[in-house]
Design a protein around this ligand. Structure first.
Ligand code: ZN
Length: 136
């Protein structure tokens, strides 16, 4: 049996990283699952989920700068359709979801690991993030 909850996330900028760790952790703790897995998935083709550090805010800017250098804006065929080719490519490269371990009734993240929604084509009034928990 799986437990599932959809988190609604509002984004406020064209591109940003939003830390979802506390909200996902709440779902895991409420589930009562002691050991298992937690799947976090963002719907939509221009956002991604990553796991990384949220201690130095400069690192979040570094991520966005690096993604922009890897996939520059404004040179994609799809831009002629809705001007967000780079957002699609970044989202596809990073992927829409992550699977995280649950141990002792909690997310088993490392000290420097947080869960982020990467918005590449905001702002969006709502992004749906589906959290699915398997385990016992
Ligand atoms: Zn598009």
């Amino acid at each position: 049996m799986a437990i599932q909850e959809t988190l609604t996330v509002r984004t406020s900028r064209r591109r940003e990283l939003l830390d979802l760790t506390d909200r996902v952790r709440d779902v895991v703790r409420k589930s009562g699952v002691a050991a298992g897995t937690c799947h976090v998935f963002v719907t939509g083709a221009t956002a991604a989920i990553i796991v990384n550090e949220n201690d130095d805010p400069q690192l979040l800017d570094d991520f966005m700068d690096a993604f922009d250098r890897l996939v520059p804006e404004g040179r994609w065929r799809h831009d002629r359709i809705d001007d967000n080719g780079a957002a699609h490519i970044k989202a596809a490269a990073l992927g829409p979801g992550e699977i995280l371990p649950i141990a002792a009734g909690d997310l088993a993240l490392g000290r420097w690991q947080n869960i982020f929604l990467c918005e590449f084509d905001g702002p969006r009034g709502s992004r749906d993030v589906i959290v699915t928990i398997h385990g016992g």
